[in-house]
Design a protein around this ligand. Sequence first.
Ligand code: HPA
Ligand code: MG
Length: 176
Amino acid sequence: MELQILDKTFVPFISAAEIDKEIQRIAKDLHNNFQNEVPVFLVVLNGAFMFAADLLKHYTTPAQVSFVKVASYQGTETTGKVNQLLGLDVDLTNKHVVIVEDIVDTGTTITAIQQVINTQKVKSMQVAALFFKPEAYTQTVEISHVGFRIPNKFIVGYGLDYNKQGRNLPEVYQIK
Ligand code: HPA
Ligand code: MG
């Protein structure tokens, strides 16, 4: 079934069942990674809220969970866009950190987040992204856990929005 959001038409792309399957795989990989360690999951709002909820329900060993938001604003002409990390309220010293993202496309946001995290003496840092657009990616940060590698076309649903709408959908739609 086609979906209309504002001026755009979307078509079904990835079902709720397919999403759940990949999330279970990522949770299993994370369990294997951490064994007896207690990682800190840093969930990047707003987009990652649904992915994080489902991922962490499958991650059943001890963990810390916290939420951050990236504020992007125009800096000076020379600095261009500036990303600021808001709400980081955990001491990450000596912690294994997992950044939970809905989607990585150009990679500038995840790179900015990593740079902030790296100012603390973390034990390790990984990225778990439900969606990754390799054709759009311009950065070098390794995306350790990827749910789906997808073409560089706009998607909505499962946390991702188009002009603030569509985040609540349990499956993912692609622009027609
Ligand atoms: N959809 C929604 N939000 C996004 C996307 C997308 O395809 N890529 C980066 N942010
Ligand atoms: Mg995001």
